[in-house]
Design a protein around this ligand. Sequence first.
Ligand code: FAD
Length: 145
Amino acid sequence: MSMYRLVYYSRNHIASDPALYENAVNDILAKSRVNNARDDITGALLFNAGCFAQVLEGPLDKVEAAFERIQQDDRHGDVSLLGIDPVDQRSFPNWAMGFVGISDADAVRFAGIGSDSGFDPSRLDGEQIHMLLRDLTMEEETAFC
Ligand code: FAD
């Protein structure tokens, strides 16, 4: 079955209260992991206070259906699709939904992005976001091995 990779970014609408924020993010992750395991979707979600960026990979119909649901979610907005392309293999085979917070220092280290105005995914293309998430999740995997 052919496989697709979808990349988007969005503006984070979750309240900036740290406790609420943590609950909301945990909620999103728990739901994502159940739904994505069911739908043979893998990927990763990156966030900071201002934005989300996410990669979803799997069968086209399942990836499109997940993205439809995600776009309706009012915990974020201004959802911008950067690409949906066929791929030969998964970049996140071990992650129903990997999750990485990103500091400005990480952004500079991994993507060479200027940090003066903070990490801003709207300055990246789909492939740069994909590579950034792949490097960050790989680093997480190595840390736990
Ligand atoms: P249910 O969980 O039964 O939810 C029913 C409806 O209520 C949905 O419309 C849902 O959007 C809404 N809802 C539920 N809880 C809340 C809440 N606390 N606040 C606001 N609305 C709520 N889902 C995936 O399946 N895979 C993903 O990879 C994924 N990534 C996400 C990334 C981000 C940045 C965000 C914000 C959400 C993501 N979601 C993801 C969640 C997605 O938007 C839907 O909420 C979820 O897929 C709905 O699952 P469900 O159909 O089982 O409905």
